[in-house]
Write a protein that binds this ligand. Structure first.
Ligand SMILES: *Cc1c(COP(=O)(O)O)cnc(C)c1O
Length: 219
């Protein structure tokens, strides 16, 4: 089942769009089926869960952190993950930088932008992203490679289009501004309900949970 679904999604989306399988609450066996169908990037919201899944799977996979990163998990996250998609404060940036420095790593990160401007949600407000990036550019063990955004919860996918547009504009603007300094390449937006619209609006990385694995258990 999972295998057929993933193969169809890969066939249907443009070749330049990367799929991140959002693996929260999934078993390694489920994740393995997605991998067998061609998924190369696994996203997880939890450091410990990712660690377990990673131990159970081998192969040439990339691991992306896509959850809220707590300070006390940064050390482990920096070791386990290839990309952190949810950088949203300078405090977190400094911690990631320090822990990466200790292990001699330059950590690739995406800046999470809060296009919906929902205060209860993570992410830098759009009008503060440029200044934030200027600050983070001073941290030598962080490498900024793009933007990540989450749409507003309450909206259906069509209503998210203006938010995707705004994120794309911001992504292009920053890419232009820092074209000599940054390897600025990923715009991570769109989830199971919204990825088609997100791709139409310029996403080149989509994060899919339900669309690949089916409904999650309610916790
Ligand atoms: C769970 C999750 C997803 C995937 O959500 P679905 O609606 O199941 O596709 C994508 N991004 C983040 C940050 C998530 O936490």
């Amino acid at each position: 089942m999972i295998k057929e679904v993933v193969e169809k999604i890969i066939k249907d989306i443009p070749g330049n769009v990367e799929i991140v399988a959002a693996a929260k609450q999934r078993t390694p066996q489920e994740v393995l089926q997605a991998v067998c169908a061609g998924v190369k990037i696994i996203g997880d919201n939890y450091v410990q869960e990712a660690q377990k899944t990673k131990r159970a799977l081998d192969g040439d996979l990339q691991w992306h952190f896509i959850g809220r990163l707590q300070s006390n998990k940064v050390r482990r996250a920096v070791k386990i993950f290839d990309v952190i998609q949810t950088l949203d404060s300078f405090k977190l940036a400094r911690l990631i930088n320090a822990e990466s420095h200790k292990i001699g790593k330059v950590m690739p990160v995406l800046v999470e932008v809060n296009v919906a401007r929902e205060p209860q949600k993570g992410g830098i407000f759009p009008d503060q992203v440029e200044e934030f990036i200027q600050q983070v550019l001073n941290l030598k063990n962080i490498k900024l490679i793009g933007l990540m955004m989450m749409g507003e919860w309450s909206q259906n996918s069509k209503d998210l289009r203006p938010q995707f547009k705004e994120a794309k504009n911001l992504f292009d603007k920053i890419g232009q501004l820092h074209k000599d300094k940054l390897d600025w390449k990923y715009l991570s937006m769109g989830m199971s309900e919204s990825y088609k619209v997100a791709i139409e609006e310029g996403a080149n990385m989509v994060r899919l949970g339900t669309a690949i694995f089916g409904q999650r258990n309610q916790k």
